[in-house]
Design a binder for this molecule. Structure first.
Ligand code: NAP
Length: 314
């Protein structure tokens, strides 16, 4: 498994998104998924304090057990749905409280990568950065990142970090996939300029880019989108997207690969991407995803593929 740098850390090019833990899958199934990830060379795990209402962190910690020091754990704080007792999500007081809760749930005394889940427009970014910097100095956190940030906020945060001699955000975690290419316009160029990495979320569009959902066919039972209320499926699934999936699957087949390999390798071949944190509910998915980054795509092939799906914005 290739590694990429995340500040001072080294992470596997395919990571594991852990938002199914404690929600769609229980501890026993989480153990199997985590074991499969480690077997497949995945050592980067991305979770958040709000996933499964906190149980994702707990289950991840339990499943890793004594192997914790061999892996890189990324978690997040500051989602709008966090129970913050009236504190502002990006405030120093909330950061101090949230980190202790995450450390306890994960069963560890340090977090490798700590990310602000969503911007908090009510708190100056220098306050959040200042609180995170203290955590880095205290050894509770090794690197920091942000999520759901646009380019203006990225530049602002970088400037404030530099002015205050504070630890900068090393990565931004935003939705990015072959079917959602919004970051290409401004966020990717901002990352390049600032020397930051991009961690794409929903890299498989919740499973659409695995090819298991097909135009004109029933949604397979037991899948994530089958569990979604019908009126919320449009966020991932539409006639246009399913038609694009068909074109992508054909391209992959014509080149001797699968749609899954195309979806993961297309992201992995973007140098700014730090790690493709695909989620999974079963060990065989993890093994397939880990093997999915081996198709080396040139810049012209990446463009050719992107042209099959248009701009990919929503
Ligand atoms: P995803 O990676 O696009 O899709 C994951 C789902 O795809 C799995 O739950 C599984 O669905 C299916 N799948 C995965 N591998 C498969 C395979 N090889 N074959 C068939 N199906 C497969 O979506 P995600 O897990 O939501 O996103 C990745 C990670 O990004 C999350 O886990 C989370 O850590 C992070 N995230 C962050 C934010 C943010 O705001 N920062 C938002 C969303 C997600 P089934 O359930 O059908 O098995």
């Amino acid at each position: 498994m290739q590694q990429r740098s995340l500040g001072s850390l080294s992470v596997s090019l395919v990571g594991l998104g852990c938002n199914n833990f404690g929600g769609r899958i229980d501890l026993e199934a989480t153990r199997k998924v985590v074991d499969a990830a480690l077997d497949a060379g995945i050592q980067f795990f991305d979770t958040a304090d709000v996933y499964g209402g906190g149980t994702s962190e707990e289950l991840l910690g339990k499943a890793l057990g004594e192997r914790r020091s061999r892996v890189v754990i990324a978690t997040k704080f500051g989602a709008p749905r966090s129970a913050s007792d009236g504190l502002k999500r990006g405030s120093a007081a909330w950061v101090q409280r949230a980190v202790e809760s995450s450390l306890r749930r994960l069963g560890t005394d340090y977090i490798d990568h700590y990310q602000l889940h969503f911007p908090d427009p009510e708190v100056p970014i220098e306050e959040t950065l200042g609180a995170l910097h203290l955590l880095v100095q205290a050894g509770k956190v090794r690197e920091i990142g942000c999520s759901n940030f646009g380019s203006t906020r990225l530049f602002e945060a970088a400037e404030r970090a530099e002015q205050g001699s504070l630890t900068p955000f090393r990565t931004v975690q935003n939705r990015f996939s072959l079917l959602h290419r919004e970051p290409e316009a401004k966020v990717l160029p901002a990352c390049e300029k600032l020397g930051m990495g991009l961690i794409p979320y929903f890299p498989l569009e919740s499973g659409l880019l695995t090819g298991k959902y097909r135009r004109g066919e029933e949604i397979p039972e037991g899948t994530r989108l089958a569990a979604f209320p019908a009126d919320q499926r449009g966020r991932f699934m539409s006639d246009d997207k399913l038609a694009a999936v068909e074109r992508l699957a054909q391209y992959a087949e014509d080149h001797g690969h699968t749609l899954l390999e195309l979806a993961i390798s297309w992201l992995a071949s973007c140098p700014v991407v730090t790690s493709v944190i695909a989620g999974a509910t079963r060990p065989e998915q993890v093994h397939a995803n880990a093997a999915g980054c081996g198709w080396e795509l040139s810049a012209s092939e990446r463009n050719e593929i992107a042209n099959l799906v248009g701009t990919g914005g929503e």
